[in-house]
Design a protein around this ligand. Structure first.
Ligand SMILES: Cc1ncc(COP(=O)(O)O)c(C=O)c1O
Length: 478
């Protein structure tokens, strides 16, 4: 296992700030916030609505026991033994982590998030990642999309280049491209970005040819990646960290599927160490989200990173979302409390959620084994999350000498649509600026992304059978 020299490399964060961030104008009024919070302060200073005008007295949240759902028919549970216990209710003390109170949460609040909630998030970060560099802070975000937007605005200028995985999450690519940031895909293998390829891109960067200064940041989705479903192991993360250190790159760790990874020794074994957990220098900005573990509509997540940079992203939040949604914080705090805070969250709640996806992942792979013709495609073992990345063997297609690999992908896609099954082609996830491949190489880099998270088990089986028929027809196997 490669090690990281524990002596921190000093980072001057000012050198990384965008024009927008450096020139951000901050209302002096915002600087009054700490005074509002001093005990005994009578404030004529802020423009806070009167709580009696809020048409809300409280919220009642129905937190189901695991294995029952009001939303999905058939997800009722038959025997009490199948239910996971929730924590016994104890009224929270004021200021205690997760001590939600709507009278504060529905008011304009700190842009970092409600104190009790951020306190919980910080403790969570300490328990799970224990960042070796003590200079870190947490910002409650409206999810990872919001955090990515905040980071780009804070750290990238129009015309900059951003390093991403060869196959990257399109939400990130479009956010970047819209801001005039060029995404450059770095070659991947089954373990994520190839460190040698990352090193080469940085070593050989030609500012004139690229029309852009050397990249200063690499963004990765290291766990159960979207789209590839692959998970970067610890040894690879350490190698990548060393390359980033060598080239003074900041690392954006976009990790919404972190807790959906299949743990080799079951739920009791720890997760694969994160980039944040090995961040000696303070070069990691880590993005977590409640989207995949509570609900996407919660629009709630958190950013962890060097204090200086987190405060800069906070200033951008001040000008966009102002502060996180109080409804969301109240609801999520209640769910986390009901499950028993950190212990219950880590030992009961997360294993329960990740097990649902694990079973789906393995079920889907079984269906592939049963129905898909192996001469047309291959698939990985599956590391959890929501996606499987099926490689189309375009090199074995009967018309590969006359068609391009992409043409074959388009034709398979079309055949699948005719069969009424929808797949996502790998070209949707590719950014310009990556390595140029020969036709032979390209033929081995054509994939389809299949999401197994949502359909019923019956539809999964029917869908895979339809996909198999589409493949057989396109590869002239029938
Ligand atoms: C890799 C990746 N990043 C970010 C997001 C968006 O997450 P959020 O709902 O927290 O904005 C997704 C959602 O699909 C994703 O797959």
């Amino acid at each position: 296992m490669p090690s990281i020299d524990p002596k921190p490399v000093k980072i001057n964060y000012d050198e990384y700030l965008s024009y927008e961030s450096v020139h951000r104008v901050r209302s002096e009024l915002k600087a009054l916030r700490p005074y509002f919070e001093l005990p005994g302060m009578i404030s004529f200073g802020g423009g806070y609505p009167h709580p009696s005008t809020w048409p809300i007295n409280g919220m009642t949240l129905s937190v189901p026991f695991a294995k029952s759902s009001a939303f999905v028919p058939g997800y009722g549970v038959s025997t009490p033994e199948q239910l996971l216990p929730q924590a016994p209710y104890t009224a929270p003390l004021k200021g205690e982590a997760l001590s939600s109170h709507l009278s504060t949460e529905l008011q304009y609040g700190s842009p970092y998030g409600a104190h009790h909630f951020v306190k919980w998030l910080k403790e969570h970060v300490r328990r799970i990642h224990n960042p070796p560099n003590e200079n870190w802070d947490v910002l409650n975000t409206a999810g990872n999309t919001d955090a990515v937007d905040g980071i780009f605005r804070t750290l990238c200028n129009r015309g900059d280049s951003l390093l991403v995985e060869e196959f990257a999450y399109p939400g990130t690519l479009t956010t970047a491209e819209t801001m005039g940031i060029s995404c450059v895909g770095v070659t991947m293998d089954n373990d994520g970005i190839d460190p040698t390829a990352l090193d080469e891109v940085m070593e050989n960067w030609d500012e004139e040819k690229r029309g852009s200064r050397k990249p200063r940041m690499v963004l990765m989705v290291p766990t159960c990646s979207n789209p590839t479903g692959s998970t970067t192991p610890e040894y690879r993360k350490r190698e990548l960290y060393a390359v980033c250190r060598k080239h003074s790159l900041l690392i954006v760790e976009d990790d919404p599927y972190c807790f959906l990874q299949i743990r080799p020794n079951g739920a009791d074994s720890p997760i694969i160490p994160t980039f944040l957990s090995m961040d000696v220098d303070g070069r990691v900005l880590r993005l977590d989200s409640f989207s995949k573990i509570v609900a996407p509509g919660s629009r709630c997540g958190w950013l962890t990173g060097p204090t200086e940079l987190v405060s800069r992203v906070m200033m951008r939040s001040e000008c966009s979302t102002q502060c996180p949604s109080g409804f969301s914080i109240a609801a999520i705090s209640t769910v986390l409390r009901a499950w028993g805070s950190h212990e219950g969250f880590e030992n009961n709640y997360l294993p329960y959620i990740s097990n649902i996806y694990k079973e789906r992942c393995l079920f889907m792979i079984n269906l592939f084994e049963k129905y898909l013709p192996k001469s047309t495609c291959e698939w990985p073992e599956g590391s959890g999350g929501m996606f499987l990345w099926v490689r189309l063997k375009t090199e074995a297609h009967p018309e590969i000498t006359t068609l391009s690999p992409e043409d074959i992908s388009n034709r398979v896609f079309k055949q699948a649509i005719d069969e009424r099954v929808l797949l996502a082609q790998s070209r949707y996830f590719k950014s310009a600026g990556g390595k140029e491949w020969t036709k032979e190489e390209e033929a081995k880099r054509i994939y389809l992304r299949l999401c197994f998270a949502n359909p019923t088990l019956e539809d999964m089986e029917e869908g895979v059978q339809r996909f198999a028929r589409a493949l057989k027809r396109e590869f002239k196997l029938e």
